[in-house]
Ligand binder design. Structure first.
Ligand code: DGJ
Length: 749
């Protein structure tokens, strides 16, 4: 049983294969967090809640209630009644007064994993997999807590995924009003913060790890000592953001890829968030994650329920590497629904860096012809095919084909591309509107704007108020009509600015604070419609590069454009951070031209391909104008993709060395689940004078097996090695020059 309840001691025990999570209920009904970590055979007692220490629980000494609340390790802390640390739930009553105190009422354990209304959420099994039965079924614990003064109930939901060592959490807040006569009041409740998860722990000399960046520098790994007080990351940009990721890990000092303890949380959400860690006065550390309290408000009428997004928690006693693989397995098995998950993705050529806005039918067909010769399988037509858009200053919202550019129309182009033997994909930016567009001229009130000032432009565009049903329906219908008009098999859904001017003409004054969350719900509704109406569509999410690379988006799309930075060396850091949480099969990665468009760097053509092979793989350059030597290499690269893709997409990923950690090179290995084969990617960032060859110890192999090693570039045997030798001692890597790479393929003998 994954979930057990010790009735006598009032302790809930949630077990995965390698972890235990303990929740205790005090005699007064306070729900406390006892433990999360390495698996325990027997639960520890309530003494870890320190209720036998001063300040005593209110039933022992009522006058100490506020002091008690301020140090008790709360499972789901609330604000305003005495706990001065970071709260998860803040509520204002109709009187405008703040305060909430949740006490235990009841619990249930059910089989399976409930869906979360309107939100992406993990599931027990994919539609194309058989349903587990009996002992194999997942279990979900629901703890119901209540504040009888407010007439509020909170369901704390915990689902246990034993094999992946994951526990998911979510929260449903109900305004129960006078329902069933249980509560005396019926009032509107204003929720001003509803976070999804909290863990209260003893301080353990923690490092805090987050993923930080900017446009073209997304998700660099950030690590630093946790200090007293509050530290954390957040987005109030209305989307996940280039700047921060809704993720935080606390790790014991010195933790590396293979050693040390890690507690990590990631939020399944694509909007504002806060991930905070608070080291407080009595040396406890509270880690919270959720949509946070900035730019958030929700009016809950009697009888209504608010559901908070899902937080995904994992613990590793074997360093960051184990954390990573637990997350990867979880997203692949329990979050990504697309039928494309386990399929080989078509190798695409995207015309963005090849042509920008300067293309027409003839140019695209030329690209397709040349691409077909090289083994590429899909042409993606990026921004600029609609309205009168020839640069980024117009036409968003006018999703009608520009027939001056696409002479003969879209269907003609798609048919021609298909006849050449390529699939066809298309770019949209459905959430946006240009001031210079027919749509804006017809509906100036359809943008997010406040009554007090003109909305701010960014990339010469405004944000559509998709919280209004008529707006999202109108956009969706235009997008769907385009998709139905031709054989379009892939969509890149882009979003190129952040949310400002949070005002909606569709909401009353007292609901304007709900816009940020309603926006994300509306986005999810649109994407749900899209994947339901077009179930075979390969959807790639994107946001000005990688500003919406998050678990919420993975529920709709099996791949996400990782960054607008296509330079192979810059990508090392970006992809290392992304891979720390998300499977390689989800990372949009392309080979582009040199000098690189973002940094002007010259790197080898093979290096660019071998770095992009770690993701979904494709090209983003003008293949009709390439250097012939480089062009001649593409067929070999596409063959490599077919040879290694399923290993890369389905295998276990191990980070061997990190340029980010100041090694002069980067190295990672992907090992098949059965450890029969593996692929090592080595990238020399800068060459070194007068240096000896590196000896690289590998990871993840079968120590008892022998492996044949192939140097893929040379297409030659590089020796036979024991798995233990490769892991304990390593193998010598040839000396390479600046920005060069090598692949080594290992096959069990
Ligand atoms: C941002 C994306 O990340 C790029 O790949 C490209 O699609 C542009 N937008 C187009 O405007």
């Amino acid at each position: 049983m994954a979930i057990t309840f010790d009735e006598g001691r009032k302790i809930f025990k949630l077990d995965t294969d390698e972890t235990t999570y303990l929740i205790g209920v005090t005699p007064e009904g306070y729900v406390g967090h006892i433990y999360y970590g390495r698996k325990l055979c027997r639960p520890c007692g309530l003494q870890l809640l320190r209720t036998d220490e001063r300040p005593f629980t209110p039933s022992v000494m009522a006058r100490e209630k506020a002091n008690f609340l301020d140090c008790f390790p709360m499972e789901y802390p609330t604000g305003g009644t005495g706990d001065f640390r970071e709260s998860c739930l803040d509520v204002l009553s109709e009187s405008g007064q703040k305060g909430c105190e949740l006490l235990f009422r009841s619990w249930t354990v059910s089989d399976g994993k409930p869906a979360l209304e309107g939100l992406p959420a993990s599931f027990e099994h994919r539609a194309d997999e058989s349903a587990p039965s009996g002992e194999e079924r997942l279990q979900t614990l629901t703890l119901t807590l209540a504040d009888s003064g407010l007439g509020l109930e909170a369901d704390l939901l915990y689902s246990v995924f034993p094999a992946e060592n994951i526990i998911t959490r979510s929260v449903r807040i109900r305004n129960v009003g006078t329902e069933g006569g249980k509560y005396t009041k019926s009032q509107v409740l204003r929720l001003t913060k509803v976070n999804s998860a909290c863990i209260d722990m003893e301080e353990k000399n923690f490092d805090m790890v987050t993923l930080n960046g900017s446009w073209a520098r997304e998700r660099h790994i950030g690590r630093g000592r946790l200090n007293r007080g509050i530290q954390g990351v957040r987005s109030i940009r209305g989307e996940t953001s280039h700047q921060e990721q809704p993720f935080m890990a606390l790790a014991t000092a010195g933790t590396d890829q293979g050693n040390g303890e890690v507690w990590a949380m990631d939020l399944v959400y694509s909007g504002n968030f806060e991930a905070l860690a608070e080291w407080s006065q009595f040396d406890s550390v509270r880690m919270t994650l959720g949509i946070g309290g900035t730019n958030f408000e929700w009016r809950l009428q009697p009888g209504e329920t608010f559901t908070a997004p899902e937080a995904v928690l994992t613990y590793s006693a074997a360093g960051f590497g184990r954390m990573t693989r637990q997350f990867h397995d979880f997203w692949r098995k329990h979050m990504i629904r697309s039928p494309w998950l386990h399929r080989e993705r078509p190798i695409l050529i995207n015309n963005w860096e090849a042509t920008y806005f300067d293309f027409d039918t003839e140019k695209l067909i030329g690209l397709a012809r040349e691409a077909k010769q090289a083994g590429i399988e899909m042409l993606v037509m990026d921004d600029g095919w609609f309205g009168h858009r020839n640069n980024d200053d117009s036409s968003l919202g006018d999703w009608k084909v520009n027939e001056n550019k696409l002479q003969g129309g879209l269907k003609h182009l798609v048919d021609e591309v298909n006849a050449i033997g390529l699939k066809f994909g298309i770019w949209f930016e459905p959430e946006m509107i240009s001031p210079d567009s027919e749509l804006y001229r017809a509906h100036p009130d359809w943008v997010l704007r406040t009554a007090d000032r003109a909305p701010a432009e960014s990339r010469q565009q405004f944000v559509l108020d998709i919280t209004r049903k008529e707006v999202r329906d109108c956009i969706y219908d235009m997008v769907a009509a385009i998709l139905r008009s031709a054989n379009i098999e892939y969509v890149k859904w882009d979003m190129n600015r952040q949310l400002t001017d949070l005002g909606s003409a569709g909401l009353p004054a007292d609901r304007q604070g709900e816009i940020s969350h309603r926006y994300v719900l509306a986005l999810y509704e649109m994407q749900e419609r899209l994947v339901t109406d077009f179930p075979e569509l390969l959807l790639e999410n994107c946001s000005g590069g990688g500003a919406r690379f998050d678990a919420g988006m993975l529920y709709y799309s099996p791949q996400i454009w990782c960054s607008d930075d296509t330079d192979a060396i810059e990508r090392l850091r970006i992809q290392e951070g992304t891979e720390m949480l998300y499977p390689l099969s989800t990372m949009g990665a392309h080979v582009s031209k040199c000098p690189n468009e973002q940094v002007g760097r010259m790197s080898g053509f093979e290096t660019r391909a071998e770095v992009a092979l770690a993701g979904t793989f494709g090209y983003e350059l003008d293949i009709t104008k390439m250097d012939p030597e480089e062009r001649s290499r593409i067929p070999g690269q596409t063959r490599k993709y077919h040879r290694f893709h399923s290993l890369i997409a389905e295998g276990d990923y191990y980070r061997v060395h990190s340029w980010n950690d100041s090694a002069p090179y980067d190295c990672w290995i992907v090992v098949s689940k059965d450890r029969e084969q593996a692929l090592v990617t080595f990238v020399q960032v800068l060459g070194r004078p007068n240096a000896k060859r590196y000896i690289l110890p590998l990871c993840g192999l079968d120590p008892e097996a022998e492996y044949e090693m192939e140097d893929v570039a040379e297409n030659a045997q590089a020796g036979v090695f024991g798995g233990d030798e490769l892991m304990q001692c390593g193998f010598t890597v040839p000396m390479l020059g600046d920005f060069s790479s090598r692949l080594f393929y290992l096959k069990k003998k």
